[in-house]
Write a protein that binds this ligand. Structure first.
Ligand SMILES: Nc1ncnc2c1ncn2[C@@H]1O[C@H](COP(=O)(O)OP(=O)(O)OP(=O)(O)O)[C@@H](O)[C@H]1O
Length: 337
């Protein structure tokens, strides 16, 4: 047994989770056969994940569908028991679900709701106040603060079923954070929201992190959430951690080169640009091409010297492209950047 890193808000060592999945062949005969002899197999959803988070750290937890993100977050919040490994969250063993542990954490799942559908959100808040034994003055102060930051005025007394998705998500977040937890597990908190609402939710999470020094693990399929909130990224693929480090290092490691965009004064053909880089696209007087990272300066200098260029910009590839590159790799060793 290893000793948790002192003061780590989250300590994870060699965490594992297998599910037993019962299988059945299709059709009536299949049902009969599985009735007589049940077939099952093990799915290793999380296979030896290790990391530590410092108090106040905001971390993006990324990976393709089925990588093991939700399973990990459920173990961290004590909803699932690990098959192996070691876990400490705010000094507690999550699987015991002690009251003091539950007071320090929250799990928000964008796809699930905890608010009572037929009642106004305010009623769910009062239920949470009772569950978490939040003293009245703290409840009033937090409600006041959340109402302001999230713009809840006017929606708290409406039946939850009548709220828009975005309004409901704001109320879900408020309900989940009413007890001022110190460790937040956020699983797709902005899923399905429009761009403005995504930004509002992000601003709220950022504000909460700064105000209370909360530790945050965030999964999202929207890279904008991750780039706006997290500097450190954990990438999981097929149940294993494949990257742990700075967002900037992740982009660099993608290795796929940088995108050079050109605004030209005179048109050029894609063939003419092929000698300067790959993936050349030309649209009227605009063009873009991919250039190897180490070659950016000399190639840009050649482009400027050879062509009639009005503007030239160099950009990192979109993080989605970097991730796709990373998942395509065969090496499964964790890279710490
Ligand atoms: N209750 C369950 N029983 C059996 N297998 C499960 C169960 N829950 C998850 N799995 C399997 O475990 C693996 C990891 O699933 P998990 O939901 O943790 O992935 P994820 O990274 O959160 O994916 P997504 O981004 O699609 O939500 C998948 O292969 C999934 O099919």
């Amino acid at each position: 047994m290893t000793t948790p890193t002192p003061d780590a808000a989250v300590h994870v060592r060699d965490l594992r989770k297998s599910y037993t999945v019962h299988e059945k062949e299709p059709g009536f005969l299949g049902s009969l056969r599985s009735f007589v002899r049940r077939q099952s197999r093990e799915v290793e959803a999380v296979r030896g994940v290790s990391f530590d988070l410092a108090p106040g750290e905001v971390v993006g937890f990324l990976g393709p569908n089925g990588a093991g993100k939700t399973t990990t977050l459920k173990m961290l919040s004590g909803l699932l028991h690990p098959s192996g490994g070691e876990l400490r969250v705010a000094g507690f063993e999550p699987r015991r679900r002690e009251a003091d542990f539950l007071r320090r954490i929250t799990l928000v799942m964008g796809q699930k709701q905890q608010l009572i559908w037929d009642l106004p959100a305010l009623d769910s808040f009062l239920v949470n106040q009772a569950i978490y034994e939040i003293p009245d003055p703290q409840y009033r102060a937090t409600m006041h603060e959340f109402t302001e930051v999230l713009g809840l005025e006017g929606i708290l007394k409406k039946q939850v079923r009548k709220l828009s998705l975005g309004e409901r998500m704001k109320c879900e977040l408020a309900a989940a954070l009413l007890h001022r937890p110190r460790v937040l597990f956020l699983d797709e908190p902005t899923i399905g929201l429009d761009v403005n609402m995504q930004e509002a939710v992000r601003a709220f999470i950022r504000d909460y992190n700064e105000r209370y020094g909360a530790t945050v693990i965030l999964t999202s399929h929207y890279m904008a959430d991750v780039t706006a909130l997290a500097r450190r990224i954990l990438v999981i693929d097929q149940g294993q951690l494949v990257f742990d480090g700075d967002l900037a290092r992740l982009v660099e490691r993608g290795g796929g080169g940088k995108t050079v965009r050109l605004q030209l004064r005179r048109p050029v053909t894609a063939e003419a640009l092929a000698g300067y880089g790959s993936d050349v696209k030309v649209d009227g007087l605009s063009a873009e091409l991919t250039v190897p990272r180490a070659e950016v300066s000399p190639r840009a200098a050649r482009l400027l010297a050879d062509l009639d260029v009005a503007d030239l910009t160099v950009e990192d590839p979109p993080i989605e492209a970097v991730m796709a590159e990373l998942f395509g790799r065969k090496d499964r060793e964790v890279v710490r950047g």
